[in-house]
Write a protein that binds this ligand. Sequence first.
Ligand SMILES: NC(=O)c1ccc[n+]([C@@H]2O[C@H](COP(=O)([O-])OP(=O)(O)OC[C@H]3O[C@@H](n4cnc5c(N)ncnc54)[C@H](O)[C@@H]3O)[C@@H](O)[C@H]2O)c1
Length: 387
Amino acid sequence: MAGTIGVGLVGYKFMGKSHSNAYRQVAHFFPDVALQPEMKALCGRDEAGVKAAAAQFGWQGYETDWHKLVARADIGLVDVSTPGDSHAAISIEAANNGKHVFCEKPLANTLDEARQMLAAVERNHVVGMVNFNYRRVPAVQLAKRLIDDGRIGNVYHWRAVYLQDWIMNPNFPLVWRLQKDQAGAGALGDLGAHIVDLARMLLGEITDVTGLLTTFIKQRPVLAGTTGGLGAAGGQAMGAVTVDDAALFLAQFANGAVGSFEVTRFAKGRANYNSFEINGSKGSIVFNLERMNELNVLFDDDASDVKGFRTILVTDGGAHPYLSAWWPSGHIIGWEHTFTHGVYDLLNGIAAGQAPAPTFEDGVRCQAILDAVERSAGSRQWVTPDY
Ligand SMILES: NC(=O)c1ccc[n+]([C@@H]2O[C@H](COP(=O)([O-])OP(=O)(O)OC[C@H]3O[C@@H](n4cnc5c(N)ncnc54)[C@H](O)[C@@H]3O)[C@@H](O)[C@H]2O)c1
């Protein structure tokens, strides 16, 4: 019989909902999970909102002050699903109180904060894991196995894009994701962090980067109830967008491969298009989140009359990771399953006293790369990440 751990989760909107689902599902589908989560309390600042969300998502109770949450004796794991400006404060205080920490990506808003978070979990001997959930798509794990087994030979190219289009309307308001003091960065930190993490997992460390950042729409309507209006357009208070709308960068990997990365919130028609292609001396691999149950591969040693890209349906529990917990082969899974896989690994890691990847150390390394891209865009030079 597995032990249990009390969980407290801060933030109850997008990620709060998806993480709650993972805690609810994990022991039902992975009965071998080493620690069963007890969903003790959901935390948010608006009492009516957090109370309703706690009831909807299946939490035993709620808190309106995260300081109280991270001090509770019945909570052993704190889940940080808030915007980046509170990741460091909540994670560090939780770790100082002896709690394990599961933090959303990117780990922090600055490299310095990320380092302080890593130091806090190390100093307090608690587990710190970052939710780069795309690592836990079974097809991505298969790509990793094929590369590590040498099936595509020496890797030459990494080519990744993460494209969205949700802020193209100039009247879209100045939400927290468009303000540097709250979000840390724009498309670079939000989308770039994901594909940098995938690149690091699949190809290894990045030694140098050069990049550019751009902001297409520099002022937007201020949301009702917030401050920061700069001027008025037709009576509407406007505020400055202080993050990038798009980022492009090149990278040199330690293993000799080269990579390109493109992230944007201005790719009309692309709602959440996260895709990479890897070319090696003996084959290629292509992944696209919109077809997340599939991996496209080409192997050079196939007979010439059948050589070409083929599509593997990555749903076979006997051959592919995580899938034996779900449905019979061919019965596809979805985006939300990646969070359940992450929580499964996290709970097993806590039971074993070992932080599962991506650890806070991975979070710091990713942040160092984002920081280097930003510095490169400013200086128009190649920059070495400050690991
Ligand atoms: N892994 C992924 O695929 C993924 C996807 C989206 C967002 N994220 C990350 O998750 C985090 C949250 O993003 P989101 O989309 O859920 O944002 P959101 O705006 O939907 O929700 C943020 C929540 O945090 C709460 N909050 C903010 N400051 C708080 C504070 N000081 N105390 C208590 N609650 C506070 C808000 O009230 C809200 O409930 C960000 O770091 C983001 O980058 C990750």
